[in-house]
Every structure is written in C-alpha cells, then in structure tokens.
Design a protein. Structure first.
Length: 70
C-alpha cells in the first residue's frame, strides 16, 4: 500500500525538475518519507498478524465436571 499523497508530491517535484528547477533534494526527501511510511505499514501488518494468531487460538477442553443435586 502506497501513500498516494506522497507520490503526488514526487510527481509534482519531478515536473518542476523537468522545467528546470533544482528539485533533487525535495524528491529524495519525499522518497525517503515514502519508504519510511511503507516500512511502518509493513511492521504494523506483521504485528497485527501476530496478534491475530494469538487471539484465534481457541481454548481446548481437557476435562468435564458434572454436578448432580443430592
């Protein structure tokens, strides 16, 4: 999953660079930002998968006990 807003910034900066503006630093900064966001997303997905495994383990019944009135 990519951040479309950051990609739009990069595209805009690339257009400015083609028009003659020095946008290398801005483009590198946005690409670095995008990379960090993707890393955070992947880390969060791994964490959620790990939590889902713990939650989905249903308890196992080992024994039963019946009570009868006297």
């Amino acid at each position: 999953m990519r951040d479309h807003r950051v990609e739009e910034f990069i595209a805009e900066y690339e257009q400015r660079a083609e028009a003659g503006s020095d946008m290398d630093i801005a483009i590198r900064g946005q690409r670095r930002r995008l990379s960090k966001l993707e890393d955070r997303i992947e880390t969060r997905r791994k964490e959620l998968r790990r939590k889902a495994q713990v939650i989905s383990l249903a308890p196992e019944i080992k024994s039963r006990c019946s009570t009868l009135p006297i």
